[in-house]
Design a protein. Structure first.
Length: 382
């Protein structure tokens, strides 16, 4: 009987190990895989993937489900006998369970398995009082040894929350957050995406595509937006694009009717200033802006090039939107690595604060447009 390249008895060839590593990477990124999709992606037979899943399940690394696999679940009795006691328990509080944060959680859970840590996750809101309630619930019920949290840091309530977290008797690591310099949070560690760097990448990409007036559309209620704005301004200054003549608009808390009027105003400002490209945070805002441009007859990217930020739903737009993609799963992964090292080494370990670079995913919305006619096309559309 023939075998696939690199396959040997016992499934221990280098190729099969690499293949199973790819399976685990997909699981940590998405939480589940199907045999059919992974077989097509890796260019091997479905039988080969089923064998890989069986090997990983026998090692307690995955849970088998019909047609695929998931990360191990406490409800999966087949792995219960192989489970070992965890060395530490950590709590994790995030502000959303349906946008951005699922990938962060997945990365944290995957690394927790590697580090033999138990992780308890609670969803919260973008609200300091609720953040504190959820953290307190973990402290009261879960007997945790460390905490990973993405707190709301706005206003006096946010500052007080940071002071409280800094005073806790267990280590605390912030995820996608940095304590401001005015808060003496000397114990807090963090891992965060360098969003300013990501915004700068987007501006330079648009510059290289020929745009000389590049606007910025953000949501001031998001903890990420100030960093995006800072990176946009830094890149604009470096490229000698005058900020006083550039568009920077806030799209916070707009319903559908107000949003349409707001976007009309943005397009009018683009016409007046000669702006032919926009950096838009977040993804959902970018999708809405692209749809509005299409509804108003403004061609994307022919008349207006757009780069979104987050890369959660940007690929679903028509045309697909270029976007800055933060390393979300790695934020969770590195946060757990920091926690594991802190719990192992104790107070002798220096405080670590880590920035991770995002990447720019280039799609149709920002490339290949004729620049000379851009301004007149926007004007004609309006």
């Amino acid at each position: 009987m023939s075998t696939e390249p690199g396959q040997e008895s016992g499934g221990k060839s280098l190729f099969s190990l690499q293949r199973r590593e790819r399976l685990m990477e997909e699981l940590r990124a998405h939480g589940a895989i199907t045999v059919r999709d992974i077989a097509a992606k890796l260019g091997v037979s479905e039988l080969t993937i089923r064998r890989d899943v069986n090997i990983l399940a026998d090692e307690g690394l995955v849970s088998r489900v019909h047609g695929g696999a998931t990360l191990p679940s406490p409800l999966d009795r087949s792995t219960a006998g192989r489970a070992t006691s965890h060395s530490y328990s950590i709590g994790m509080v995030v502000p959303s369970l349906d946008y951005y944060w699922p990938q962060v959680i997945s990365g944290a859970r995957g690394e927790a398995e590697v580090q033999n840590l138990r992780i308890a996750v609670r969803g919260s809101a973008y609200d300091a009082a609720d953040n504190r309630r959820q953290v307190q619930a973990l402290l009261d019920t879960q007997n945790i040894d460390g905490l990973i949290v993405a707190p709301d840091m706005g206003g006096e309530h946010g500052k007080e929350l940071l002071r409280w977290l800094n005073a806790l008797p267990i280590p605390v690591i912030l995820a996608e957050r940095r304590a401001p310099s005015e808060i003496p949070a000397h114990k807090l560690e963090w891992v965060a995406t360098d969003h300013a760097f990501g915004a700068g990448m987007a501006v330079r990409h648009l510059w290289q595509e020929g745009h000389r007036m590049i606007g910025c559309l953000t949501d001031s209620t998001s903890p990420t937006s100030p960093h995006v704005v800072r990176g946009w301004k830094q890149a604009m200054n470096a490229l000698k694009i005058p900020l006083d003549k550039s568009i920077h608009e806030d799209s916070a808390k707009l319903d559908n009717g107000d949003r349409a009027k707001h976007f009309d105003r943005v397009l009018e400002l683009c016409r007046e200033s000669g702006t032919t490209a926009m950096l838009v945070h977040s993804d959902t805002q970018a999708v809405a802006f692209v749809q509005h441009c299409v509804d108003r007859g403004v061609d994307v990217p022919g008349s207006m090039a757009i780069v979104g930020y987050d890369d959660e739903v940007a690929y679903l737009a028509e045309p697909a939107i270029s976007a800055v993609r933060p390393p979300k799963s790695y934020v969770g992964k590195v946060a757990v690595q920091l926690m594991a090292a802190r719990l192992a080494e104790g107070r002798m370990r220096p405080v670590h604060r880590i920035d991770l670079n995002p990447e720019l995913i280039v799609r149709e919305s920002s490339v290949g447009a004729p620049r000379a006619a851009s301004v007149s096309l926007v004007e004609d559309a309006l």
